[in-house]
Design a protein around this ligand. Structure first.
Ligand code: AMP
Length: 192
């Protein structure tokens, strides 16, 4: 099971990814969580990333590529994974294809292997309300608006990228969490 969870900030991808990863006993890999841990630990990477995160901007691609490469090298990532928040740009997705090709997917690139890219669709007004109630450090109204804009400009093109390859699973995320989980389970199981 190799899953990429996409969707705007506040769509519930973190919650769903965590739940399903626990259910399917595969790692939940959130680049946002990895970055926040680096910020807290004040590593060189954390210090570099913090200003971008606080402003609602994307952290530069190269840093994310290094992070994901290192994480995919860990032994628990061989049987499958749910990626939450990566890739977020077309450049990251292209890099990830090459990485998958390099690391034992039988020589297949991302284009040919069994990845599924899940998009959770939620209207903007619902997202803003959800994010404001979450209260994370980067969840103030100005940053939220900027993150949504960045999502539309830089991440939304990935929907077409994966849809063109018939790897996209689109799910309506504007419903009760349990209903979304059930639909994801149904759409994705039997896929491993
Ligand atoms: P998230 O927890 O996924 O909402 O991510 C929080 C913040 O971390 C984002 O607003 C970005 O600043 C940064 N971030 C996380 N993942 C990525 C990524 N794949 N590319 C660039 N920046 C990222």
């Amino acid at each position: 099971m190799q899953l990429i969870f996409m969707g705007p900030p506040g769509a519930g991808k973190g919650t769903q990814a965590q739940l399903l990863a626990a259910l399917w006993k595969i790692p939940h890999i959130s680049t946002g969580d990895i970055l926040r841990a680096c910020v807290v630990a004040k590593t060189a990477l954390g210090l570099q990333a913090k200003a971008y995160m606080d402003a609602g901007e994307l952290v530069p691609d190269q840093l994310l590529m290094d992070i994901i490469q290192e994480r995919m090298d860990q032994p628990d990532a061989t049987a499958g994974w749910i990626l939450d928040g990566f890739p977020r740009t077309v450049a990251q997705a292209a890099f990830f294809d090459t990485l998958l090709c390099d690391i034992g997917t039988g020589g297949k690139s991302g284009k040919d292997c069994d990845i599924r890219a899940v998009n959770l669709d939620v209207p903007d007004n619902v997202l803003v309300t959800r994010l404001l109630s979450r209260g994370r450090q980067d969840d103030n109204e100005e940053t939220i608006r900027r993150r949504l804009q960045v999502y539309r400009e830089q991440t939304e093109p990935l929907i077409e990228f994966y849809s063109d390859r018939e790897q996209l699973v689109a799910v309506d995320g504007d419903r009760d969490m349990e209903l979304v989980t059930a639909e994801l389970q149904q759409a994705l199981s039997g896929d491993s």
